[in-house]
Structures are given as C-alpha cells and as structure tokens.
Design a protein around this ligand. Structure first.
Ligand code: URA
Length: 191
C-alpha cells in the first residue's frame, strides 16, 4: 500500500472512532490534506466555517494567505501536508478545549507518524502548546526547536504565528512573512 492509500485509511476510520464532543455540532470531521510524502507538515488549530462546509483544512481566508506565503518561497500546497490539532469545528470558532484536543490527538499522531516529515510547523499557539506547553508564541515564533518525543518520529519543529491572527494585524503579518522565508534555509540545515 502507498503512503497516500494508508493515509486515506486513517482518515476513513478516525471519524468513526473519534470521541470528540465537537462531532455533535460540526458538519463533519476535517482530515489533514496534501502530500503524503511531504517533508513539511503544517499544523493549525481547528477547522473554521469554510473548512467545516468544504471538508478540507485551510480553504478560507487564512488558507489563501498561507498559499501566498508558500508561493513566495517557491512551494505549493501540493508539496506540503496540512492538518489541524482538532479535526472538528468548535461552535462559533471558539478556542478548542483541552478535552477536544485530547480526543483528536490519536488521529493527529497517526497522520504525523505515517508521513514522518523532516519538519513540523506549528501555525499558532494551540498546536505549538500541544507539543511544547511552556513555550510562548511571541518568543518562540521563527525559531527552530529540536526535541525527541517518544510518540513522534519528527525531531524538528518551527512555531509560527497563525495566519488568521496575522491576516489583519500589520506587524504580526510582517513577522509571519519574514519567519516563513526562513523555511527553505531551515530545511537545508536539517537536511
Ligand atoms: N484555521 C485553522 O487553524 N485551521 C483551518 O483549517 C482553518 C483555519
């Protein structure tokens, strides 16, 4: 079986197995999407309205901004894999609760360990703090972190501001664009 076939299997069984309470209010589970052979996996927070309706992650305004930043560094959505910590839309896009993150963690870890990317990029504090609870996004953004986890094959992590937060905030936007430009060099460095 190819990696992408295995990934499809994970996305087929996980919604049925998921104990996430958000299943009651969301239209559907939104699985990760993209290249199963990707060197880079991006992890966001949770689906918003567009993603809940469309069934794919980052297809709204934040996703458009992300695609523009990818294009700036010569990459396409098809080159990467993108997913969320929580796979179901929280009502009115409120922050996901700890128990909702817990309920979706198995699904996330299965995707990550199948793809086993060189680099995991956190989009915002929710995904970063799920792996590194003590880091502050205002200090950690744009700085490569190396850590071995028992349950995750990937050892390199890069926290970035969330594109939705940066979209309409001039200074955060500039920082995110500048941090994004470090990605090619970081990938070269970690080889
Ligand atoms: N924001 C996220 O964190 N994830 C999405 O899929 C869309 C917006």
């Amino acid at each position: 079986m190819t990696k992408s076939e295995e990934l499809a299997k994970i996305h087929e069984k996980s919604p049925a197995e998921s104990k996430c309470e958000l299943k009651k209010t969301a239209l559907r589970g939104v699985p990760g999407d993209g290249n199963a052979e990707a060197e880079v996996v991006f992890i966001g927070e949770a689906p918003g309205k567009s993603e809940d309706e469309g069934g794919r992650p980052f297809i709204g305004a934040a996703g458009k901004f992300l695609s523009e930043m990818l294009a700036d560094i010569g990459m396409k959505r098809e080159d990467i894999y993108i997913t969320n910590i929580v796979k179901y839309r929280p009502p009115n896009n409120r922050d996901p609760l700890p128990e909702e993150k817990d309920a979706c963690r198995e699904w996330l870890h299965e995707e990550l360990n199948l793809i086993a990317p060189k680099l995991i990029i956190f989009l915002g504090r929710h995904s970063m703090n799920d792996f590194f609870p003590d880091l502050k996004i205002s200090d950690a953004h744009g700085k490569l972190v190396h850590k071995k986890f028992a349950r995750i094959k990937t050892e390199y992590f890069l926290p970035l501001y969330h594109p939705a937060a940066a979209l309409y905030d001039g200074s955060m936007r500039e920082i995110l664009i500048a941090d994004f430009k470090k990605i090619p060099l970081i990938l070269k460095k970690i080889g």
